[in-house]
Design a protein around this ligand. Structure first.
Ligand code: PRX
Length: 635
């Protein structure tokens, strides 16, 4: 029996039991067999969730890019590592082989070095989904610099906040980006952000759109001429197992974004192992994850997991609806995609279109389908299963988080029987528990509670950059000796998990995590606004959409209010990005508050969801009269 590749349910249970009985031994075996180490570890695991501190493979020396690239050169040097599909279907796809990727990453590492980047420095990457994005990420890892990729849909304010928080010295960006029929002035956004970032002394610019842009002398450089004169050799920096690999920001329920810190060896072992098993990747398969590398899904399952397995990973620059709603299926047919991994929100949007978009394409190459990022509703699950998978492809509903680094609860295709809307069973080595509000574990099946994990796994985030106390408070304080996920879940009669959604003030809109506090802060910047509260409400494509309740300093006429609505969304776009725009804005004279002054969001959520018949006990409110007013003018 191979621990590395699970093929049957029985095997899953056996390996799972082994991984839980003796996690150190289990992960040590996986690490021994499948990776290139300059030095093996002295200790497999040490941990203390009270501090919290977790260390895997301490004492080991390695470079993750040697495992992603160099290790495959003699066996698969000419095989495609990254298959780039451009936004415009007329533009040819690019097949970047492992050998070519090796040369390009090394050239980029040499450029970084020539601009003064060294081990431990932070480099912010703000690029569209073009090959240079993957190359830049890997070049940072090669040199030992800590990459912090910021999704290129974020605004200049969001970008500068992240650059300053991690203290990046360099930004890698492009002159612009293509998104469907639009072009976006990325460099303009970077320029604006950098007005507030005194620590950045170098900007490397990829030419993607031949845009007319400003280049600040002594700071900004076109990247191609620098790459052209760089050597394609670069000895990888030898890293310690626990050296930081990257920082990736995720929204919190309060305050500024959290820079989740991931380290090297554990992340490598876990992303490689999950990729292999969750997608049942076989040599020469073509795997496609439609996420953006600006999110954790792209880090772990476009770049690291696939490349660690010598896979061919498709990188798509565009959007599902350009030039029409058949684009995904056209790409699956064109590149004979075998594993396809996307978000429920995309499935819901595509399911609304004419079936002909799917039916006219040959999707017979597909073997495994995946979803990630939010709960998938039953209807979308069946549409995906019937029309895309033709009832032959298992759907892996994968639950995990930026903080977990890799997939945590998921079926294993062809082994775990799937059940619509259920993420099913914990992955190997993962020990989930459900907790009640009083901090007691809920045993047995057919129960629901707060989802926690009681034992560390190799790719757990190690800290929040610059704020370890916040890391502890957010994830390790609610329940003693547990990692708290922030999600609720139920466990059915056979032990399958179904994620029921966030139990904090994070709202998942189209698969993107959004904290309510930063959105409210943005709204409150509007000079006419006195106070605001944002909640989520169910939306048939986005999963959730945002509903803002806003108190104005002075109530104006309808027309004035309409202008304020537009301006509020403009401010949100500037502060965070268009993904955080509100679908509905209701003006009100007050917000329901407890006697201690806390907004009762539970009531607002019910009103926003048009479920205000039974609001439960509102007697503890300071101002119960406001509830009728809000209900009466709900949108
Ligand atoms: O609420 C869960 C939801 O997405 C959150 C994590 O978001 P993020 O850190 O952006 O990572 C998304 C990609 C891994 C979780 O706390 N979530 C993620 N996957 C699922 C999910 N909810 C239900 N089902 C899933 N499969």
């Amino acid at each position: 029996m191979s621990n590395y590749h699970i093929k049957h349910l029985e095997e899953y249970y056996q390996v799972y039991r082994k991984s839980v009985r003796n996690p150190e031994l289990f992960w040590e075996e996986v690490a021994e067999e499948h990776f290139l180490w300059h030095k093996k570890w002295d200790n497999v695991l040490s941990w203390d969730f009270k501090k919290p501190e977790v260390k895997w493979f301490e004492g080991a020396k390695l470079n993750i890019t040697e495992n992603c690239i160099d290790r495959h050169l003699h066996t698969r040097g000419n095989r495609t590592a990254i298959l780039f599909e451009p936004n415009n279907p007329e533009e040819p796809a690019q097949h970047i082989s492992y050998s070519q990727l090796h040369a390009r990453v090394n050239q980029m590492a040499n450029v970084l070095k020539s601009k003064g980047i060294k081990k431990g420095d932070r480099v912010c990457i703000y690029l569209p989904m073009i090959p240079e994005l993957a190359v830049a990420v890997l070049a940072c890892a090669r040199i030992g610099a800590i990459h912090s990729v910021v999704f290129a849909g974020f605004s200049s304010t969001a970008l500068s906040t992240r650059i300053n928080d991690c203290g990046a010295k360099m930004v890698i960006t492009s002159d612009g980006s293509y998104r469907g029929d639009k072009t976006i002035d990325l460099k303009g956004i970077v320029d604006k952000a950098l007005d507030d970032c005194p620590g950045v002394n170098c900007v490397l610019v990829v030419n993607r759109i031949n845009g007319e842009i400003n280049m600040k002398s002594g700071r900004d450089y076109w990247i191609q001429p620098l790459l052209d004169k760089s050597s394609s050799d670069f000895p990888a920096e030898i890293m310690d197992a626990e050296d930081p690999l990257f920082i990736l920001y995720t929204s919190g329920s309060t305050g500024k974004p959290k820079g989740m810190l991931h380290t090297t060896a554990g992340y490598m072992v876990y992303t490689a192992y999950t990729f292999k098993n969750v997608f049942q990747y076989k040599q020469d398969d073509v795997y496609w994850c439609t996420a953006d590398i600006g999110w954790i899904t792209g880090h772990s399952y476009i770049i690291y997991g696939p490349l660690l397995n010598g896979a061919t990973s498709v990188m798509f620059e565009g959007v599902p609806h350009y030039p029409d709603f058949g684009r995904f299926w056209e790409i699956v047919e064109k590149h004979k995609v075998n594993q396809f991994y996307t978000a429920p929100t995309a499935i819901r949007a595509l399911a609304k279109q004419h079936l002909d978009f799917v039916e006219k394409r040959d999707l017979s190459s597909l073997k495994v389908l995946g979803t990630v990022g939010e709960p998938i509703n039953e209807e979308a699950w069946h549409w995906y299963n019937d029309n895309v998978g033709k009832k032959k492809c298992p759907i892996v509903d994968t639950w995990w988080q930026t903080e977990t680094g890799g997939i945590m609860i998921t079926p294993i295709p062809f082994a775990t029987p799937t059940k619509p809307t259920y993420a099913t069973l914990p992955f190997i080595g993962i020990q989930p528990v459900l907790m009640d509000e009083n901090g007691a574990e809920i045993h047995g099946n057919q129960v629901d509670g707060r989802l926690c994990i009681k034992f560390p796994w190799p790719s757990i985030a190690r800290s929040i950059w610059g704020d370890h106390q916040r890391f502890k408070d957010t994830y390790f304080s609610a329940f003693e000796n547990m990692y708290f996920t922030g999600d609720g879940a139920l466990r059915d009669e056979v032990g399958y998990y179904r994620i029921t959604g966030r139990v904090d003030d994070v709202i998942i809109v189209s698969g993107h995590n959004l904290g309510t506090a930063p959105i409210e802060d943005a709204i409150n910047e509007h000079p006419a606004v006195a106070e605001s509260a944002v909640v989520g409400f169910p939306h048939d494509v986005k999963g959730n959409a945002l509903y803002g309740f806003v108190i104005l300093k002075e109530t104006g006429e309808g027309r004035v209010q309409d202008n304020v609505r537009k301006e509020i969304n403009q401010i949100i776009t500037e502060h965070i990005g268009p993904i955080a725009k509100l679908d509905k804005i209701q003006f009100t004279s007050g917000l329901p508050k407890t006697r201690s002054g806390k907004i009762m969001r539970r009531i607002l959520r019910k009103i926003a969801a048009r479920d205000a018949e039974n609001l439960g006990d509102i007697s503890t409110l300071l101002n119960p009269e406001v509830v009728d007013e809000i209900k009466g003018s709900a949108m």
